[in-house]
Design a binder for this molecule. Structure first.
Ligand SMILES: Cc1ncc(C[n+]2csc(CCOP(=O)(O)OP(=O)(O)O)c2C)c(N)n1
Length: 506
C-alpha cells in the first residue's frame, strides 16, 4: 500500500538529497513517522547521513555544530508539539550566527489547531522572526499531493541566505492518517530525480578602499576569517583577533591587545576596520564606539555596526597605504597573561594536530583572548547569542564533520548540556570535552553585582556552585573520564580517542 503521507515525505527527503543536502537529524515521534522512514531508507542506501537522538534540543545543537563546520544546511526532523519548541535555542543561535538549518516539523492538520487536539500547538510562528523562511504545508491527501521540488529548492536557497545571511528555515509539514507506509521506497523516488549540487550564493563583488595609517587597527571578531588577516598584513596593521575569529594567526595578530588597550597606546587609535562580530570584551566595544569605523560585511553576520557609527561598509575592503612597522611592533610588546585558566587555554590551543576547537561561552574564551599566541586553527564558538547551552552537542556535530572535536568549556556549561552526553545511537567519534572546573560560574566575579551583595547571596544567586560527580556522570553515559591537574596530565589525556571528558581542576 502507498499512502499520500509516505509519498509526500519520500519526495521531500529525496528532493533534499537530490538538491545537494546530506546531513539529516531525527528525533523519534509518531507524526513524523513518514519522514523518518524516508530518511531511514535513504540512509540505509548510503544516500544521506542520518543521526538519531532522543532529545530534540541536543539534536538541534548537534545539527548546528555540523552546519557550522560544513556551511551546508543540516536537516532536522521532529514530531509535533513541544518537540518543536525544543529546537528553539539552537534555532536562535543559528539565526544570530548565520548557520543554515532546515527544520521539518511534522504537524497535525491545520483544522485541529486551537481546539485542544492532542500534541497540537501553533508551530507556525513559534520561532517568531528567527527564520529565513516558514512554509506551512497542507497535509498530503490522495489526489492532492503538492510537488516537493520547488518547496525544497526554496527552503535550501533561503537557508543558504540568498541576499541575507544563512539561517534556519521551517517546513511545517501537516500529516493526516494514515501516517505512513513501507512504499514508496525513498531510494526509488530519489533515482527518478534530477540531481544538482548546493548552490551557494556568490559574495557580491563591490569593494572599497580604506585609507590606513599609524592610527588604524583591524578588529577580527567571530567569523572574521582569512580576509581580516590579508587586510591587516597587506597594510602592516596590528590586528586584534578574538580566539574564535579564524583570524588569530599571521604577522599582524596581537596576543594581548587588551593589555595594550589599557595603556596610552589606545589613545593613538583613531580608525578601526572590523571583520566578523566582535563580542568578547568591553574595551574593544568601547574602542569601536569611539573611533572612525569601517566594516567588512560578512555572509554570517551581515553589516556589523554595534556603535551605529560605521562610516562605510563593503563586502571587500582593500587597504590604501601601509602603516609604519613600528606601530605594529609597539602592540607586540605586551606579554600573554599568566594564570591557571591561561595555562589551560594555551595547552589546549597549542596541542598538536588539527582537531577543531570549540570554546564555550564563559570565562575561558575571555582569558584566551589575552594569552593565545597567533596560530592557524579551526576554531568555533557560539557567539550568535553567547549561550552556555548546547556546547556538548555542538562539539559532537563539529566532530561529525570528520576531524573530531575538542571543546573547552566551564563546568556549568557541561552540566547545562549534560543530557547531550547520551550518545546512544551515535557512531564512535573523537570528542573531547575539556572542563575548566572551578565548581561554578566564576565569570560572575567580574560583574559589578559581585560588589553589591554579600558573598553568601552572590554565591547563591550567581556562582551557583555545583557538586556533581562528573566521573559518575561519565560512567553513566559511557564516556572516558580523566582528571588533570597540570598541563602534562592534560596533554596525556588529550591523546585519548573516543568520547572523552577531561576534568581540569582550576
Ligand atoms: C543559556 C545561557 N544561560 C545563562 C547564561 C549566563 N551565563 C553566562 S556564563 C554562565 C556561567 C558559566 O559557568 P561555567 O561554565 O562554569 O564557566 P566559568 O564562568 O566558571 O568559567 C552563565 C550562567 C548564558 N550565557 N547562556
Amino acid at each position: 500500500m502507498i499512502t499520500a503521507s509516505q509519498q509526500f515525505a519520500a519526495s521531500v527527503v529525496a528532493e533534499l538529497v537530490a538538491q545537494g543536502v546530506k546531513n539529516f537529524y531525527l528525533a523519534p515521534g509518531a507524526r513524523s513517522q513518514a519522514l523518518a522512514i524516508a530518511a531511514g531508507q535513504l540512509a540505509g542506501a548510503g544516500k544521506l547521513s542520518l543521526t538519531v537522538r532522543l532529545d530534540e534540543r541536543s539534536l538541534a545543537f548537534t545539527a548546528l555544530g555540523r552546519a557550522m563546520s560544513t556551511s551546508e544546511p543540516s536537516v532536522i526532523i521532529t514530531t509535533s508539539g513541544s518537540a518543536v519548541a525544543n529546537l528553539h535555542p539552537a534555532v536562535l543561535e543559528a539565526h544570530h550566527s548565520g548557520v543554515p538549518l532546515i527544520l521539518l516539523t511534522a504537524d497535525r492538520p491545520s483544522e485541529l489547531r486551537g481546539i485542544g487536539a492532542n500534541q497540537t500547538t501553533e508551530q507556525v510562528g513559534i520561532f517568531a522572526n528567527s527564520l529565513r523562511g516558514t512554509h506551512d504545508v497542507p497535509a498530503p491527501r490522495p489526489g492532492s499531493i503538492i510537488s516537493a521540488k520547488d518547496l525544497v529548492a526554496t527552503a535550501i536557497s533561503q537557508s543558504l541566505g540568498g541576499a541575507k545571511s544563512p539561517g534556519p528555515v521551517q517546513l511545517n509539514l501537516q500529516f493526516v492518517e494514515p501516517l505512513s507506509s513501507g512504499e514508496p521506497e525513498a531510494v526509488k523516488v530519489l533515482a527518478g530525480l534530477e540531481k544538482r549540487p548546493l548552490d551557494f550564493p556568490e559574495v557580491p563583488e563591490d569593494q572599497i578602499e580604506i585609507e590606513v595609517d599609524d592610527h588604524t587597527v583591524v578588529i577580527a571578531g567571530a567569523g572574521a576569517g582569512p580576509a581580516a588577516v590579508r587586510f591587516a598584513e597587506k597594510a602592516q596593521l596590528p590586528m586584534f583577533a578574538e580566539p574564535s575569529s579564524g583570524a588569530r594567526y599571521g604577522s599582524s595578530a596581537i596576543t594581548n591587545y587588551l593589555q595594550g588597550l589599557s595603556t596610552s597606546l589606545a589613545g593613538e587609535i583613531r580608525r578601526v576596520v572590523i571583520f566578523g562580530k566582535p563580542t568578547l570584551s568591553r574595551p574593544v566595544i568601547d574602542l569601536i564606539r569611539n573611533s572612525s569605523v569601517y566594516v567588512a560585511k560578512s555572509r554570517q553576520y551581515g553589516n556589523f555596526d554595534i556603535g551605529r557609527n560605521a562610516i562605510a561598509s563593503s563586502w571587500n575592503l582593500v587597504p590604501s597605504g601601509v602603516a609604519d612597522r613600528r606601530w605594529l611592533e609597539s602592540w607586540k610588546a605586551f606579554q600573554p597573561i599568566s594564570e591557571p585558566r591561561a595555562i589551560l587555554a594555551q595547552t589546549v590551543w597549542n596541542a598538536a594536530g588539527s582537531v577543531p576547537l570549540l570554546f564555550g561561552a564563559s570565562n575561558i574564551i575571555r582569558v584566551a583572548e589575552s594569552c593565545l599566541e597567533p596560530k592557524p586553527k579551526a576554531v568555533f564558538s557560539s557567539r550568535g547569542l553567547s549561550g552556555i547551552d548546547g556546547s556538548v552537542s555542538t562539539a559532537i556535530g563539529i566532530a561529525q564533520a570528520g576531524s573530531g572535536a575538542r571543546a573547552l568549556i566551564g563546568d556549568l556549561t557541561l552540566l547545562h548540556d549534560a543530557g547531550s552526553m547520551n550518545i546512544s545511537g551515535l557512531p564512535n567519534l573523537n570528542v573531547q570535552l575539556i572542563i575548566g572546573n572551578d565548581s561554578g560560574g566564576e565569570i560572575f566575579r567580574k560583574l559589578e553585582v559581585a560588589k553589591n551583595i554579600t558573598p553568601e547571596m552572590f554565591s547563591q544567586l550567581f556562582l551557583t556552585p555545583q557538586k556533581v560527580d562528573i566521573e559518575k556522570l561519565c560512567q553513566a553515559y559511557g564516556w572516558q573520564y580523566f582528571s588533570a591537574a597540570n598541563p602534562t596530565e592534560l596533554g596525556l589525556a588529550m591523546k585519548q580517542d573516543g568520547y572523552v571528558v577531561i576534568d581540569y581542576k582550576l
